[in-house]
Design a protein around this ligand. Structure first.
Ligand code: TAP
Length: 478
């Protein structure tokens, strides 16, 4: 099947009512920014302007942190079972409004509706359900008899899974009795603002959750504010470093979820068709805008030809186009800046001597930001496309002969977020997984998530864990 051109799907678009403008959500109310600054948000698939949102400055950060501080006393004093009721209510409201939120997320982010409907939304609700269950059981979580909340959490999230990253941050913070000021990414502010409305619908006490839209400067103001007790950040390693410098020497606690350059390792005994599906899911899910994407394929030399032939055949069937079309596999690149970065790294791959391949039938829409699924062969470890995070639908293929070589190449990166292993041998899965310096290792699958499972990195992929019992620790004084 060839790659499609973009065609709007008005029926789906109609399920969500996007207002022409949105304010900041502070102390339970939407209000304009103190300096009245605004910025537009666009659909990356059509470049259509979706709405205009308030741009929070220093005075707004201060107001939100104060509201969160005032709310902290009564919120943290509530019995855990009472806090749980709010989290359960939020989870159910996310489920009830999931169709609307899925369309909204696909419009603002560019991701295929099948992914926002089947992954982002159910996972976001699942995080609230999961952490609601912990709220009245914290004394059994293994952090001592009386773990206490840290205080006001400043949370900064990226654009690749806007609502899901919000859920990863907000659900454990609220379950443990903290209050929150959250800044979504500049290019994807809308689902966080709809979430603010859900907080109101759920009757969440004012000030417990505050949403500040803005750009990196808003994030920097939030992180530096003296009234914040805990900073939780997901994003690039570069910004993570800057935040760590800001927080160093203060009372603030910090967790960082940063970039990745995961190896997806295929041994010669792996079931080829299954591995091909795992490779495609590993790198093309969410246009490759995934911190744990399997962006380096390590294939055992003896099956390289067979595997790459099968992979190319599969890539020919991928449909790139309208995010709101249920048949779309690969949606739009989130922004012009991200597209420029992907193009720059792909050009560097060619210049450094790797072989570039894209499906022959690939025709991209003229409007919006698009990048065809791309494969690079003959990649050397020194190439930039083997070392740097591309954060796009680009796969770098390297080969190995022995398991030892596979492990050495997989670990030859400053990152350490995730990895995948494909083999029929259970003993090999265990021995290789043990040697990989990665926070998550998938075996004969990829990109599987569960709220009960802790997620986080080694090395320059950050520190701290989100999800599971471990995810509570970041928000507790023990
Ligand atoms: P960043 O540019 O790091 O942005 C992340 C967030 O930080 C955004 O909300 C951004 O605001 C804000 N920000 C920018 N500069 C800041 C500063 N100086 N102080 C405080 N906040 C600041 O990353 P991105 O482009 O949104 O996302 C892509 C990167 O995130 C990739 O490297 C990816 O691997 C990583 N990521 C990691 C994970 C995990 S779980 N490890 C998950 C998703 C993404 P603006 O958007 O307004 O610039």
């Amino acid at each position: 099947m060839s790659i499609f051109a973009y065609a709007p799907a008005p029926e789906s678009r109609a399920v969500v009512d996007i207002a022409p403008s949105y304010g900041l959500f502070i102390d339970g109310e939407f209000r304009p920014a103190a300096e009245d600054k605004v910025f537009p948000t666009h659909s990356p698939a059509t470049e259509e302007r979706l709405s205009e949102v308030a741009h929070a400055g220093a005075a707004d950060v201060d107001a939100a942190v104060r509201a969160a501080r005032t709310a902290f006393g009564p919120w943290s004093a509530l019995p855990g079972a009472e806090r749980a009721k709010y989290l359960f209510r939020i989870a159910r409201l996310i489920q009830e409004r999931s169709r609307e939120l899925a369309v909204l997320e696909s419009l603002d982010n560019g991701k295929p509706i099948r992914e926002s409907r089947d992954t982002d939304l159910p996972q976001a609700a699942a995080h609230f359900f999961y952490y609601a269950g912990w709220a009245d059981k914290l004394r059994y979580a293994g952090f001592g008899p009386d773990p206490r909340p840290v205080g006001v959490a400043g949370q900064v999230i990226p654009w690749n899974f806007p609502l899901l990253m919000l859920a990863w941050k907000v659900a454990p913070a609220l379950a443990t009795g903290n209050t929150v000021v959250l800044k979504p990414a500049e290019t994807t502010p809308l689902s966080a603002l709809f979430f603010a409305d859900i907080c109101r619908q759920a009757g969440l006490p004012r000030g417990v959750v505050n949403i500040l839209t803005g750009d990196g400067s808003t994030g920097a103001e939030l992180v530096a504010h003296p009234g914040i007790d805990k900073v939780a950040f997901t994003g690039s390693t570069e910004v993570g470093r800057a935040i760590a410098r800001t927080v160093a020497g203060t009372h603030k606690r910090l967790t960082l979820e940063l970039g990745g350059k995961a190896a997806n390792i295929v041994f010669d005994d792996a079931p080829i068709d299954q591995a091909v599906e795992g490779i495609v899911n590993g790198i093309f899910f969410n246009q490759g805008h995934v911190c744990c994407a399997g962006s380096r394929l390590l294939v055992q030399e003896s099956i390289q030809e067979e595997l790459l032939d099968a992979l190319k055949r599969r890539m020919e069937t991928l449909r790139v186009g309208d995010p709101l079309d249920k048949n779309t596999d690969i949606g739009a690149i989130n922004s012009a800046e991200q597209l420029a970065r992907i193009r720059e790294l792909a050009a560097a791959g060619e210049a450094e001597g790797a072989g570039r391949w894209q499906p022959a039938s690939c025709e991209l829409p003229s409007q919006g930001y698009w990048f065809a699924p791309t494969l690079f062969t003959e990649v050397q470890q020194s190439h930039r496309i083997a070392r740097e995070e591309i954060f796009g639908p680009v796969l770098s293929v390297l080969t190995f002969r022995t398991p030892e070589e596979a492990v050495a190449k997989a670990n030859n990166t400053p990152y350490g977020l995730s990895a995948g292993i494909w083999t029929e041998k259970g003993s090999r899965i265990l021995s290789v997984a043990d040697k990989l310096r990665a926070g998550v290792v998938w075996a004969n699958t990829f990109n599987k998530f569960d709220p009960a499972s802790p997620f986080g990195g080694y090395k320059e992929s950050g520190f701290g864990r989100e999800g599971g019992r471990h995810g509570l620790e970041a928000y507790l004084n023990v």
